[in-house]
Design a protein around this ligand. Structure first.
Ligand SMILES: Cc1cc2nc3c(=O)[nH]c(=O)nc-3n(C[C@H](O)[C@H](O)[C@H](O)COP(=O)(O)OP(=O)(O)OC[C@H]3O[C@@H](n4cnc5c(N)ncnc54)[C@H](O)[C@@H]3O)c2cc1C
Ligand code: SF4
Length: 447
């Protein structure tokens, strides 16, 4: 029996038994058995000019790979996927398909039930990776050297494509492990069984990539030094800063940022060791807010509430994610903004003010309410942190052209740290890949 229960006051680890935790954190979308995949593939119309392909940020030929599954060649299907998206295995688990390919599937329009593209993609990529195969080989050595900073989806995708073209890649990351938010951010029930680490090992089978962890740009190495030592530099440093709440009392014990909580949870060998509040409040409206809230509930918190300052339809988290949260018992309060965090040393209550929104401008109504909280997570967005001086910014991100070139010659950027994009894993993969193609053609004299 666990030491604590969901009713134990304050913040405590071990609120649920090991069995309950293991059930709670099981795969969100379990893998298909082969016959299930065949039945699902049969539902595809193999559309000409398929809308699902247009909706995929990595332009995977979806009808082709589904046809390959249907004809019993899942490894060929995997190669179709991976040639466009080398992290197709992770994307199959984490893509919000309900707002991308599956939203526009003609079967969704006709019957309200799309072809399950994400699960079919997982079936194909898991089959190939499970067989330990890497379907690509390196081109002849070009003698060119590229530094890729950040081993998240953007950096990994860029590094793989460059290595495939025959360049030597050094992949640097400030963290002790590669993977970026695939390893430290994605909800545990979306990426089970150490999949992120396994996928990195599998990707590195291409060869030609040297990984250097615990190496931070700005601390251990400068951009100038990299420019001197390498023929090109790609920055895929993500968004590692956290926005402040700007509410009185936000420095109280028990208030922390959701991303750190999620990172600790992802790295925990034993989920029973992760302390969680009895009454948890999460402030924000994106995937991070939903993930922190759902995982708090799954760890055994009694009451979990997400408070978001605008309407439900403006939440960054999709309807599917919102429904997932409410189905797990999370309460979502829209149209309320934080005013103050109360408590004597540690948080005891969070105070909010109702809001109204007119023409996008948010106004506090003056009416406030309080919610009991012994743990409060800030999930109000991440910001660019530690971008090297001298790079032009656009808004709060590194300014880039369509293929990732920055304002400094020889330096490219992509993924969450770069302008444009939508802060999704699949978009980071696409941007890393496209920047690699541009770097390749520049290095080989094509530009
Ligand atoms: C909690 C959470 C849940 C999410 N869930 C989903 C989801 O379900 N589906 C989805 O599609 N997207 C999700 N996202 C978004 C997705 O994870 C990101 O869009 C994606 O990881 C961006 O990839 P990236 O490579 O640009 O950056 P990151 O994944 O952030 O990787 C950046 C890497 O750069 C390293 N780095 C940073 N600064 C330096 C430096 N100075 N020197 C060296 N290395 C550095 C970091 O350590 C990190 O490894 C989620 C994000 C969060 C925060
Ligand atoms: S839109 Fe749907 S039915 Fe058409 S090709 Fe794509 S997955 Fe198949």
């Amino acid at each position: 029996m666990p030491d604590a229960t969901p009713l134990t006051p304050g913040i405590a680890p071990g609120r649920l038994s090991a069995d309950a935790l293991s059930d709670n954190f099981d795969d969100l979308h379990p893998a298909y058995a082969p016959h299930e995949a065949a039945v699902a593939a049969d539902r595809c119309y193999f559309c000409h000019d398929a809308p699902c392909v247009t909706a995929c940020p990595t332009d995977i030929d979806i009808p082709l790979f589904i046809r390959q599954i249907q004809t019993g060649t899942p490894e060929a299907a995997a190669k179709t996927i991976l040639s466009q998206n080398i992290l197709g295995g992770m994307c199959a688990r984490v893509c919000p398909t309900e707002t991308l390919c599956e939203e526009v599937c003609v079967r969704e329009a006709a019957e309200g039930k799309p072809v399950e593209i994400g699960r079919l993609q997982r079936f194909a990529t898991d089959t190939l990776m499970g067989a330990g195969k890497h379907p690509f080989t390196r081109a002849a050595d070009t003698g060119k050297r590229v530094a890729v900073v950040g081993a998240g989806p953007a950096g990994l995708s860029c590094a793989h494509r460059l290595a495939m073209h025959g360049h030597h890649v050094t992949l640097l990351d400030a963290r002790p492990k590669a993977g970026g938010l695939n390893e430290f951010g994605i909800a545990a029930y979306k990426s089970t069984d150490e999949f992120a680490a396994k996928e990195v090992d599998w990707l590195l089978q291409i060869g030609g990539i040297t990984v250097e962890t615990n190496k931070q740009l700005g601390r251990d190495v400068t951009l100038e030094a990299l420019q001197g030592d390498y023929d090109a530099v790609f920055l895929g440093i993500g968004l590692t800063g956290v926005n402040a709440l700007r509410a009185d009392g936000e420095d109280k014990e028990g208030v922390s940022d959701a991303v750190s909580f999620i990172a600790d949870l992802r790295q925990a060998g034993d989920l029973a060791q992760i302390p969680v509040g009895r009454n948890v409040v999460v402030i924000g409206g994106g995937m991070t807010a939903v993930d922190a809230a759902v995982q708090s509930k799954l760890l055994g918190a009694e009451n979990v509430t997400i408070v978001y300052r605008r309407g439900l339809d403006q939440m960054g988290a999709s309807k599917f994610e919102q429904d997932l949260a409410t189905s797990k018992g999370v309460r979502i309060i829209p149209n309320a903004q934080p005013v103050a965090v109360h408590g004597n040393g540690a948080v005891a209550e969070a105070e909010f003010e109702y809001t109204t929104s007119k023409d996008g401008t948010l106004t506090g109504s003056g009416e406030t309410f309080r919610i009991k909280a012994d743990q409060l997570f800030k999930a109000i967005g991440q910001t660019l942190n530690g971008a090297p001086d001298g790079l032009e910014l656009e808004g709060r991100k590194i300014a880039v052209s369509g293929t990732g070139a920055t304002s400094v010659a020889g330096v490219w950027a992509g993924g969450d740290c770069a302008s444009g994009g939508d802060d999704l894993t699949v978009t980071a993969v696409a941007e890393g890949r496209d920047a690699a193609e541009d770097i390749h053609s520049t290095l080989m004299g094509g530009n």
